[in-house]
Design a protein around this ligand. Structure first.
Ligand SMILES: [Ca+2]
Length: 236
């Protein structure tokens, strides 16, 4: 009887060991199973053919444009003009000392309370053909919203001033529009010239330059001074 109990105990211990061995066995999982699988293909997105969504146009977003655009009020007493454009005087023949236009800024003769006007002292009294004047860049602005050139002008009573002078508007196409100002007096006066009155230019979508021309053929007297201020574009 005693030997039977011992044998039963050995059997129980053996079975316990066998059970433990079965529990401790590592799970039958292939360690390289994940690597063996082909890599999952990333979804291909071709950005170039995926157009960005276009925001719907908002008709009410545009504020009403001002009826006048000031291009040059000369109130800083220097360059550039109000649209960032350079300007200066020019002579047909810089080697002819008997003719020319001199540009300066005048704080006493000006249109409005503050700043300066542009003073142009011209001289076309020469034995040679003579014309000279003033040029100003317009920064390629689109003037199609407007329909006229506006500026203020005054002649100098003491030094004399021309009864007539030519103004030009040029565009990026190379068109040169020409018109004459003939209502100059010894007091500040507004000048308006409709775009349709400029001969030689049709396109006002990309404006490059504004010029003033004193010509020996029309400038009487042949030397004098005019003041210019608040030049720009406007619409009726
Ligand atoms: Ca001014």
């Amino acid at each position: 009887m005693k030997s039977f109990v011992v044998a039963l105990g050995i059997l129980a211990v053996s079975m316990t060991f066998i059970g433990c061995g079965q529990q401790k066995a590592p799970p039958a999982q292939p360690s390289t199973g994940a690597e063996a699988l082909p890599p999952a293909a990333a979804p291909k997105i071709d950005v170039a053919v995926q157009p960005a969504p276009v925001a719907p146009a908002k008709a009410e977003a545009l504020p009403p444009a001002a009826k006048e655009m000031v291009i040059a009020d000369f109130n800083t007493g220097g360059k550039p003009n109000n649209v960032g454009g350079d300007f200066g005087s020019w002579d047909k023949d810089p080697n002819d000392p008997s003719q020319g236009t001199r540009m300066s800024f005048n704080p006493d003769e000006k249109y409005g309370k503050d700043g300066f006007s542009l003073q142009l002292d011209y001289d076309v009294d020469s034995p040679n053909p003579a014309y000279n004047g003033f040029w100003m860049k317009l920064g390629d602005i689109d003037a199609t919203y407007y329909n006229k050139l506006v500026l203020y002008i005054k002649g100098d009573e003491a030094k004399g001033y021309p009864q007539k002078l030519k103004v030009e508007l040029k565009n990026a196409k190379g068109e040169v529009g020409k018109a004459y100002i003939s209502q100059i007096s010894g007091t500040w006066a507004p000048v308006e010239i409709k775009f349709s009155d400029f001969q030689g230019i049709k396109d006002f979508s990309k404006m490059t330059e504004f010029t003033i021309v004193f010509e020996d053929s029309v400038s009487r007297p042949k030397a004098g001074t005019v003041y210019i201020d608040s030049m720009g574009f406007a619409r009726d």
